[in-house]
Write a protein that binds this ligand. Sequence first.
Ligand SMILES: [Cu+2]
Length: 134
Amino acid sequence: MAADSGRAGLVISGSVRYVCGYCSHDVSAMRVLISVIVLGLLIGAAIAAELEVRQFDRTFLPERLNITRGSVVRFANDEQFTHHAFVDTPQFKADTGDIPAGQSREITFSQAGTFVVRCAIHPQMKMTMVVSEQ
Ligand SMILES: [Cu+2]
């Protein structure tokens, strides 16, 4: 890198640090920024994964999930046959309809409370959704 380009190595504390030619920011600062973005995406994915219930082996996984009111929970059918998910209580009712093999449907839990989610096709399938106020 030519010294007269204005992007020459900058000597700080005896080590050479280069400046990005596009944005003039220190490259090591860019690395930190990229790391923060990647970490944010990973955390975002982890949070999103928490609001997913999988249907497998004729069970809901997890069998109990704590969420806040207004959360959208995705019910994903990992099995080779159709499942379903519904809540039918005086306070809150929701129904995904049939969920074909390999597909998913969402329910928005708009009411706080503790609700049993069931599959209309397999009566033994149930899980508990604990919905707290935000
Ligand atoms: Cu089922």
